[in-house]
Design a protein around this ligand. Structure first.
Ligand SMILES: Nc1ncnc2c1ncn2[C@@H]1O[C@H](COP(=O)(O)OP(=O)(O)OP(=O)(O)O)[C@@H](O)[C@H]1O
Ligand SMILES: [Mg+2]
Length: 357
C-alpha cells in the first residue's frame, strides 16, 4: 500500500483518528504525506486537501533532521520517541513537540510511518513562567528588606550632614556636606525606583490601542524617523481594566528598549491579539490580550536573556537596568506577565494582560 488516506481506513478507525486530540500524520516510504488528522492540520496550519501527497519539506521549513530520523526508522523498522523537538512551520512559526514514530508494516518491509505529535510549548512556557513569577516574588521580598536596611541609615547620614552643615564655620566646606546630601538623595531615589511604584492601581477601562498609539507618538518624538513603526492591531480586542498610566510606563519601557536596540534604523511592530483560556502562573483566564513588541535589531544578548527582568541588569554602557523590572512589576500587578524571546532576525517582547472576567 503506497498511499493511506484516512478515508481508506475502516469507518471506526477513521472516526477515532479524526477525533483524536493528538496530531497524527502518516507518511509513505518516500516521506510523502499520506494522511493527516484534523489535530495535525491545526498544528501545521494546513489543510489536508492541499497537502496530501506532498513531501515532508512542504510541511516544515527545517525538515532535514526529522527526515533523517524518519528514514532511519524506515530502514531499521524500530520505532522511536523524541522529546522537545523544535519544528519550524513553513509560515515561520516555531512549535515544540514530543514525537513518536512507528513504522507501518512487517519487519523491514515498511510501507510507511505513523507519526504522533504532542505540542508541549504551552507546558514548557507555563513551567518557565511559574519559575519566573516565583523568582520575582522572592526578589521583591529581598529588595524590600534591602531597601529598608539602606534607607534607614541613609536618613541618618543625610540628617547628620545637615546638622554638620549648620555647625560649619568655614562656609566653603559646605561643598562637602552638599555632596553627602545629594548622594544620599540619589541613592534614596534609586532604591525607590528599584522597588517600583507603591501607588495603588487606579483602575479604569481603556483600550490597549490607545496606549500603543500614545507610545508610538512618544517614540516618534524621541527617536529619528528612520525607525519605522508598524501597527498590526486586532480591532476586536476588548478594553482592559487597569491603571492606564502605569501600564503606559510599562509598555514605554519595553518599546524604548526596542528603539534603543535599533540604533537609529529599523522596524518596530506593535501587534495585538486576543487569546482565550490562557494560563498565567496558576490562573487560567477566560480572555487575555497579547501585545507583541517586535524589533528587527540585534536580539537580546543570550547571556543576559534569563536575567533581564531583574533590577540592575543591563547590557548598555549607560543603562541602569531598571526599565524591564519596573515594567514586569506593573504588568504582574495587573495579573499579567511579560516574556521575551529572540526569534531568527526578530526580538519579541510579549505582554500578556488579562481582560478581567
Ligand atoms: N529589544 C531589545 N533588544 C535587545 N536587547 C534588549 C532589548 N530589550 C532589552 N534588552 C536588553 O535587556 C537589558 C535590560 O533592559 P532594561 O530596560 O531593564 O534596562 P536598560 O535599558 O539597560 O536601562 P534602563 O531601562 O533602566 O535605562 C538591556 O540593557 C538590553 O541589554
Ligand atoms: Mg531600558
Amino acid at each position: 500500500m503506497d498511499r493511506l488516506a484516512i478515508e481508506m481506513l475502516p469507518p471506526n478507525a477513521q472516526h477515532i483518528l479524526e477525533s483524536l486530540n493528538t496530531a497524527v500524520v502518516i507518511f509513505d516510504k518516500a516521506l510523502r504525506l499520506s494522511s493527516i488528522n484534523p489535530a495535525a492540520e491545526m498544528m501545521f496550519k494546513i489543510s489536508a486537501n492541499q497537502m496530501l501527497g506532498e513531501d515532508l519539506s512542504r510541511l516544515l521549513s527545517d525538515s532535514e533532521t526529522l527526515a533523517a530520523s524518519l528514514r532511519n526508522t524506515l530502514d531499521s523498522g524500530h520505532p522511536f520517541t523524541a522529546r522537545n523537538v523544535l519544528l519550524t512551520l513553513v509560515g515561520g512559526d516555531h512549535i515544540t513537540v514530543d514525537c513518536t514514530v512507528t513504522p507501518l508494516g512487517y519487519a523491514r518491509d515498511n510501507y510507511g510511518l505513523l507519526v504522533e505529535l504532542t505540542r508541549i510549548d504551552r507546558r514548557l512556557r507555563m513551567a518557565r513562567e511559574e519559575t519566573m513569577l516565583g523568582q520575582q516574588v522572592a526578589n521583591r521580598a529581598m529588595l524590600r528588606g534591602l531597601a529598608h536596611e539602606i534607607k534607614n541609615p541613609l536618613g541618618g547620614l543625610r540628617g547628620a550632614a545637615q546638622l554638620l552643615e549648620r555647625e560649619l564655620k568655614d562656609r566653603s566646606q559646605t561643598e562637602y556636606t552638599r555632596i553627602i546630601i545629594h548622594e544620599a538623595d540619589r541613592l534614596h531615589n534609586l532604591v525607590d525606583r528599584m522597588m517600583g511604584s507603591n501607588q495603588p492601581l487606579k483602575k479604569e477601562p481603556f483600550s490597549i490601542h490607545r496606549i500603543l498609539e500614545h507610545i508610538a507618538k512618544l517614540i516618534a518624538a524621541e527617536f529619528p524617523p528612520t525607525i519605522n513603526l508598524i501597527r498590526d492591531y486586532d480591532p476586536s480586542a476588548p478594553d482592559i481594566i487597569g491603571d492606564s498610566e502605569q501600564l503606559t510606563q510599562a509598555f514605554l519601557n519595553v518599546a524604548r528598549n526596542s528603539a534603543q536596540a535599533l540604533e537609529d534604523r529599523g522596524e518596530i511592530k506593535f501587534r495585538t491579539r486576543i487569546e482565550r483560556k490562557f494560563t498565567i502562573g496558576k490562573t487560567c483566564h477566560r480572555l487575555i490580550i497579547r501585545t507583541d513588541i517586535i524589533d528587527n535589531g540585534p536580539g537580546i544578548n543570550e547571556e543576559l536573556i534569563d536575567k533581564i527582568f531583574y533590577p540592575m541588569v543591563t547590557g548598555k554602557a549607560e543603562g541602569v537596568g531598571l526599565g524591564l523590572s519596573i515594567a514586569q512589576d506593573i504588568v504582574q500587578n495587573h495579573g499579567g506577565l511579560i516574556a521575551c524571546r529572540n526569534q531568527k532576525s526578530h526580538t519579541i517582547f510579549t505582554l500578556y494582560l488579562p481582560v478581567g472576567d
